[in-house]
Design a protein around this ligand. Structure first.
Ligand code: AP5
Ligand code: MG
Length: 269
């Protein structure tokens, strides 16, 4: 399916609702769209022991949100490195370098991260997003608060916010069965979408792992954080007229609805 204009999408939903799963399906269906997960980006920094990763690690493993300024800086640097934005002050002023060497390649990160952590003492500059379909992207996990949304908007006005809802008791059972391929962010589930070879990534054959925060108690904390910020975030995009909500118990039920909405919004006319 071909996009007729740039899709600038964010996926919003509680931890484990299937944002990563839907993102993978969307980019398979629309190869023009690139996806970026704030959680994967943070976990990559933790794994490579960058200064930012060291700062974020304990916050993440407790199920809390990292500071808005840290995540905004990280995402804008990444978008700039992909050529979707002109360089930001934070990337220009990258002050720190990774500590010990990386242990894996990070295929979805096209250039090394600058690992800068520069809380904005001055407002970041504005950039103009391209409307070419090839500049389409999907953000999974960012923005997560109304503050983050307001900070992102001058750089990149999102034109579709997809809010996914699934009952909490269903999600909890999935989390306990999740396995991930950390270098790529590919997600599996021992019951729902198991790897072909148990415990191994389908593409690289490398070992799959469990995320540190996939513990029921930590998940509940993450859910609480999400519920605290959800209304502010979706309210922000509702006001902008770009909110679209979808509810379902399974990703298989939700995917065709998302694809239908994508077609309506970005492929017609
Ligand atoms: P992040 O990585 O974004 O985690 P999350 O939002 O908690 O979401 P998850 O990745 O856990 O779930 P998902 O919705 O992607 O579900 P998935 O597709 O894997 O963030 C982690 C941490 O980073 C945060 O806690 C925070 O500390 C920090 N952070 C990140 N962004 C931040 C920000 N903007 N600001 C501040 N801090 C930030 O699916 C889950 C499982 O279910 C999988 O096993 C999957 O296979 C399975 N599954 C999917 N669909 C189905 C189905 N239909 N039936 C059965 N199983 C299914
Ligand atoms: Mg995810």
């Amino acid at each position: 399916m071909k996009l007729r204009r740039a899709a600038r999408i964010i996926l919003v939903g509680p931890p484990g609702v299937g944002k990563g799963t839907q993102a993978a399906r969307l980019i398979t269906h629309y190869p023009q769209i690139s996806s970026l997960s704030s959680g994967d980006l943070l976990r990559s920094n933790v794994q490579r022991r960058t200064p930012l990763g060291l700062k974020a690690e304990s916050t993440m493993s407790a199920g809390n949100l990292v500071p808005d300024s840290m995540i905004l800086s990280l995402i804008l640097d990444e978008l700039s490195s992909r050529g979707w934005l002109s360089p930001t002050p934070s990337s220009a002023a990258a002050s720190s370098t990774p500590l010990p060497a990386p242990t894996h390649n990070q295929p979805f990160i096209t250039q090394p991260l600058t690992s800068s952590f520069s809380p904005f003492s001055t407002p970041p500059s504005r950039s103009t997003p391209s409307d070419d379909p090839s500049a389409s992207f999907l953000l999974d996990g960012f923005p997560r608060t109304a503050t983050q949304a307001a900070l992102l908007t001058p750089h990149l006005p999102i034109n579709l916010c997809i809010s996914i809802r699934t009952p909490a008791h269903i999600i909890l059972s999935r989390i306990c069965n999740r396995l991930v391929h950390a270098p790529s962010g590919r997600v599996y589930n021992t019951t729902f979408n198991p790897p072909v070879v148990p415990g191994k990534d389908d593409v690289t054959g490398e070992e799959l792992t469990r995320r540190k925060d996939d513990d029921p108690a930590v998940w509940e904390e993450r859910l609480r954080r999400f519920e605290d910020t959800r209304e502010g975030l979706v309210g922000f995009y509702r006001e902008k007229g770009v909110l679209w909500e979808v509810e379902g118990e399974s990703s298989d039920e939700i995917t065709p609805r998302i694809l239908g909405e994508m077609e309506r919004q970005f492929c017609q006319g």
